[in-house]
Design a protein around this ligand. Sequence first.
Ligand code: UDP
Length: 387
Amino acid sequence: MGLTVLMNAGPWLPVPPPGYGGIENVVATLVPELRRLGVRVVLASTGDATLPVDELLSVFPDGQFGALQRPYNQVCGISQAHLFGVVRALRERDDIDLVHDHVEAVGLAVLAAMGPDGGPALHTLHWDLGKHPDLYGCLDGGDRVRVNGVSAAQLGRAPRALRDHSVGHVHLATPLAVHAARRPPVRKSGHQVILGRITPGKGQHVGARLAHRAGFDLVLAGPVGPYRRPEELAAAGPEAGQNPDVRYWREQVAPLVDGDRVRWIGTVAGAARDDLVAAARASLFPLCWEEPGGTAVIESLALGTPVLAIGRGCLPELVEHGRTGLLADDEEGLADLVWQVGDLDERECRREAGSRFTPTIMAERYVELYERVRDSAAGPATAPALR
Ligand code: UDP
């Protein structure tokens, strides 16, 4: 299709990320498929990114994730510095047809503020759109800057001005979905798993309470703030307590983690992550927020593990109650479903992932959107109004 896209993955983690990394994993899934479809990709990431691309742009030599949850006044220059590098590239070169941006708030603000010399831009919203009301409530990117969500439920929460820039939603994808239906079933053990950042919205405290109450084994996998392993957190200095996820862990989750019924194993990656999820009887999502996109949800389906969740945010779009998972309204409802979830057919989960959540499906949809955004930026003569 002859397009060159500047894919802005941001300064926080390299692409692909080492283990945890929601947005960076999405970019790592999308880019190889785009290139297979003929798109040239210039990746703006950190210097240690290893994803094969046509060109890598970086400001920081490595990921700045460790700083992400420090107080704002200490770290607010990081994404600005990264964006400054992106803006310079956009101004200096003439081969970029479109920017596909994934940097929360700052990416959108800078691209909108650049005016006509910014060129066409698509900004993917990966987070809860109840955030940043001051920015989203007055956004004006003209016909040049468009946004997309990662679920319909997420976009439903967007303020009007943001929704006016929307070209719709694109569900997330995982390479695990490719030929998922053909993979042989994995022997299930008794445990359930919660895979994700340990943070209040993901509800690990609810899951741990439920495990004790209902009597099933629960494995928590994922980082606590910047700390990837229990030993790292144990060795952290007093500054660790400034991090809200560390406070959540210490106050609400750790008291329920007895190392037996409920265990925390830190960040898992690669085959170890896949084996852990595939062997689980269910993936638990005891959500306390409106989950916007849910990569871990579709990964679980692709690995043949049904989902047991509070049906908030995108969950009802990704999981069919009674077929690929069970959705409850609250913790009480989850308690009623804990044992039924093991009766679901894991082949249905893998089939669903293979037909809906492959990288090819996601990339083809993004190529369509790139073309719409480019046409819209070229002016009303060539494009029907998007709004
Ligand atoms: N993840 C991982 N190892 C971990 C915890 C999470 O590889 O220990 C990955 C997980 O498989 C998923 C991503 O990190 O690909 C989390 O994305 P999700 O959309 O589920 O959550 P969020 O972006 O909100 O953190």
